[in-house]
Design a protein around this ligand. Structure first.
Ligand SMILES: *[C@@H]1O[C@H](CO)[C@@H](O)[C@H](O)[C@H]1NC(C)=O
Ligand SMILES: *[C@@H]1O[C@H](CO)[C@@H](O)[C@H](O)[C@H]1NC(C)=O
Ligand SMILES: *[C@@H]1O[C@H](CO)[C@@H](O)[C@H](O)[C@H]1NC(C)=O
Ligand SMILES: *[C@@H]1O[C@H](CO)[C@@H](O)[C@H](O)[C@H]1NC(C)=O
Length: 507
């Protein structure tokens, strides 16, 4: 009940902000503040405006007063999507095709990042929460990639309270740019506190301290709602009589906690007078995990499959845009978009800056069409992988309403009965072969239409064209020792374990 009241309260506050704007009191600044929320492993069917079992008043408010993206795609797992947000380039060009294990690589240093571009345009750029783009050397960590502060964890799947992973503590505070040895500290004092609260509070501090006459870029990468399934009981209580399945019930509590954090941050922007000048984005990093890749209660219905698969459930992402200064009436945008499009959309479209020094972008600036509710400049999307041997059973191509998956699509465990029956009746095996769907008419990918030979052939040749431009999957720097936690007086922790090896090479 408490959380619902909170929600209503925040909706009222937002209405107030909108009213202020509508009367033209706030001037539209040249460079709006950008708040980029990434919710980890958040499924298509997990926000309250789609699944009324779960309370998400903040997201519902964005849905009711902003833009809901309908044809928005991300990669099927974490690090590849985050690499697309940061670089504007696809996995086949960054070489980050799968989540980054504790290996000696990360988002390559010659990629120009979103905060580097926004920073040079005058933005103050801060990162909170999950990184997962490499930390084997200090220069791969967030404050060396364009952020002027970072509070969060380098890896993935940490314990939400103990902040540990792979035998080490992983919660770092880096309070200035290029904050390496002698500057970075471990936040041991935050042990036993729930990360969703910690990350929300950190964002509030950043906004509080922020000089509002300068533009802010806040990359708010929530730990929720990734595995492990952990949440303070008071977030679960509202669901006790509402959601019988215990897994889904606790998962709903995790979602509510993140939503409450997003509500708190939005309210703080309002209090500081920054909301009318803000562009607030919410995106998942991949579809909700159902069976594979640590399913803890997410749902993507009515989409097929989940995280780590190329089915719509793994790749068609929940995303919202709330920008009271730009969007007068809410709508659902039907334009095709990919996570790699955020970089040019934010730098060229929102900040109105030229993009310098990047390698060729795969992303497109979709800003005018997105806020104007017009058709997307993007008509085609290669969202499979560079190499079908790496993970997720692809590649795949979307062209207009058509989607071609070359391979099984992945997620062996989640093939529903109707699919097994259907495929066996057609004599199809689950081997490597093209599967064509019209995902506009058939978003659940129930009816394969692979007998359209001409179309399959032409899409296959486009896929081969993309693959011909691929760089190899990153393998790890052979000069580095195998990963191991580092030692500190308080205990083992995750940190750059290969800085010394690099120095040997430099010397
Ligand atoms: C949001 O703010 C309320 C009121 O300060 C606080 O009780 C709650 O813990 C905050 N939520 C999160 C997720 O930090
Ligand atoms: C805030 O930023 C403006 C513009 O950069 C600057 O002129 C002003 O001095 C700053 N205020 C403070 C308190 O730092
Ligand atoms: C947005 O565009 C869609 C067509 O793509 C249209 O159906 C809808 O009415 C439009 N909504 C608004 C508010 O312009
Ligand atoms: C699938 O086939 C099995 C056995 O052949 C049958 O029992 C089941 O009802 C079928 N399911 C559907 C959804 O058609």
């Amino acid at each position: 009940m408490r959380s619902m009241l909170h929600g209503e309260c925040s909706v009222l506050l937002m209405r107030l902000a909108l009213a202020t704007f509508a009367f033209g009191v706030a001037a539209k600044p040249a460079k709006p503040h950008i708040i980029f929320h990434v919710i980890d492993d958040f499924g298509w069917d997990d926000p309250g405006f789609r699944n009324h079992q779960i309370h998400t008043p903040a997201l519902d408010m964005f849905h009711q007063q902003g833009i809901t993206l309908d044809q928005y795609y991300v990669q099927p797992s974490c690090s590849p999507s985050r690499a697309t947000f940061m670089s504007g380039r696809m996995p086949l060009h960054t070489g980050i095709n799968d989540w980054i294990p504790n290996k000696a690589y990360g988002l390559p240093l010659d990629e120009t990042t979103l905060p580097q571009l926004l920073g040079s345009a005058g933005y103050k750029c801060h990162a909170v929460g999950k990184w997962h783009l490499g930390f084997f050397r200090t220069e791969y960590t967030p404050t060396f990639r364009g952020f002027e502060s970072f509070y969060g964890f380098y890896e993935g799947s940490e314990d939400y309270f103990k902040h540990t992973k792979d035998g080490g503590f992983d919660l770092h505070r880096e309070a200035q740019p290029r904050c390496g040895p002698g500057c970075t500290t471990l936040a041991w004092e935050d042990t036993d506190q729930y990360s969703t609260n910690l990350f929300a509070d950190e964002a509030l501090r950043i906004i509080d301290r922020h000089n509002t006459s300068e533009p802010l870029f806040l990359y708010q990468a929530w730990q929720g709602v990734h595995d492990p399934r952990q949440v303070p009981q008071h977030y679960v209580e509202p669901y006790v009589h509402r959601i019988p399945d215990l897994k889904r019930r606790e998962f709903a509590g995790m979602v509510s906690a993140v939503d409450e954090g997003i509500g708190n941050i939005t309210r703080k922007l309002q209090e500081k007078g920054m909301l009318a000048d803000a562009v607030v984005i919410v995106t998942t990093d991949n579809g909700g995990p159902i069976v594979d890749c640590a399913g803890i209660g997410a749902s993507n219905l009515p989409l097929r499959g989940g995280k780590c698969s190329l089915w719509e459930g793994g790749t068609r992402g929940t995303s919202l845009l709330f920008a009271p200064g730009y969007v007068e009436r809410s709508f659902t945008w039907q334009g095709l978009m990919h996570g790699a499009d955020w970089l040019p959309t934010l730098v060229e479209g929102v900040a109105d800056e030229r993009i310098w020094a990047t390698k060729p972008l795969d992303g497109m600036n979709v800003w005018p069409q997105l806020i104007g509710n017009r058709s997307s400049p993007r008509q085609e999307l290669y969202y499979g992988l560079a190499d079908s041997q790496v993970g997720h059973h692809g590649p795949a191509l979307r062209e207009g309403p058509w989607k071609l998956i070359v391979g099984t699509g992945g997620g062996s465990g989640d093939h529903p009965h109707w699919w097994r029956n259907f495929s066996s009746s057609l004599g199809l095996s689950e081997d490597h072969r093209p599967r064509l769907f019209n995902v506009q008419e058939d978003p659940s990918e129930r009816c394969e239409v692979s007998d359209q030979e001409e179309r399959v052939r032409s899409m296959l040749s486009k896929i081969h064209g993309y693959q011909a431009t691929a760089v190899p999957q990153r393998q790890g720097d052979p000069r580095c020792p195998p990963f191991a936690p580092l030692r500190s007086p308080q205990g083992p922790y995750l940190g750059p374990w290969c800085d010394d090896a690099q120095q040997e090479v430099v010397v």
